[in-house]
Design a protein around this ligand. Structure first.
Ligand SMILES: N[C@@H](CCC(=O)N[C@@H](CS)C(=O)NCC(=O)O)C(=O)O
Length: 240
């Protein structure tokens, strides 16, 4: 997993690029940076599965963050400044550390507070996370937007994604949760992607034979924790 934890280069900008200190730069970058440094800032997008997993861990840990909902087509300058790769979620800590990978944000939150041991996962968890974020996500995107990938049919992409579903279903036949008897980081990290998969063709998913996976998905979907991270936020604007 790529990890991007870096100190914000804001001081460097002051030294080397004085011309940048215009009213525009003040309003879009400096103001949001300095005026909100008391609690961590999470740039987020409500429906993004990576952002959902980060918000799940943050809400469960009870860590207070300022959530800044973004419009993916009009990303705030401040977000681009602190994380040029410009994906969400991005967490900006009070000491200017930037955490720009969702799994790292989850681990950061759980390191603050983890009453039910979400961090306690088995040795195969990383394999499953890589599979989810790699091959499964690849086929999920193509299944979801099959018209954009006409080389193969929707059914073809779904079939390839199903290999992962079958693995999860088998695990969930032996235990209530992916890492065993208790809900863990693994469930929270993978759930948003399975939810997205199920929504592509809900009738197909509901009538599929992945009984344990459906049970697991339904339980998390109906949880108060999940409901709490899906609250709607207006798109954030600097100074607004
Ligand atoms: N590896 C990153 C992936 C995050 C990601 O790809 N997020 C999507 C939104 S779901 C994004 O920001 N895409 C950039 C864009 O749409 O411009 C993570 O785990 O945080």
């Amino acid at each position: 997993m790529a990890t991007e934890i870096a100190k914000s280069p804001i001081c460097h900008v002051f030294k080397s690029r004085p011309a940048w200190i215009s009213l525009y730069f003040f309003k879009t970058v400096l103001y949001p940076y300095f005026m909100t440094h008391s609690s961590p800032i999470l740039y987020s997008f409500r429906r993004c599965p990576y952002a959902i997993r980060a918000r799940l861990a943050i809400a469960y840990a009870g860590v207070k963050v300022e959530i800044r909902e973004i419009d993916l087509k009009h990303k705030p300058e401040h977000l681009l400044f602190i994380s040029p790769k410009a994906t969400v979620p991005v967490l900006l800590l009070s000491d200017a550390t930037v955490v720009a990978e969702s799994l790292d944000i989850m681990r950061w939150a759980l390191a603050q507070h983890d009453p039910d041991n979400w961090l306690f996962v088995d040795a195969q968890s990383n394999t499953l996370l890589h599979w989810n974020d790699g091959e499964f996500k690849y086929y999920l995107d193509r299944y979801k937007y099959a018209n954009r990938y006409p080389e193969f049919s929707e059914g073809y992409y779904r079939q390839h994604a199903e290999v992962f579903l079958a693995e999860l279903d088998a695990r969930l036949s032996n235990n209530p949760y992916l890492a065993g008897q208790h809900f863990s980081l693994l469930d929270a990290a993978i759930f948003p992607f399975i939810r997205q998969f199920a929504a592509v063709d809900n009738v197909w998913f509901t009538t599929s034979h992945y009984r344990q996976l459906k049970r697991w998905l339904q339980e998390i979907s109906l949880s108060t924790l999940f409901a709490s991270v899906m609250n709607k936020h207006a798109v954030w604007k600097p100074g607004g």
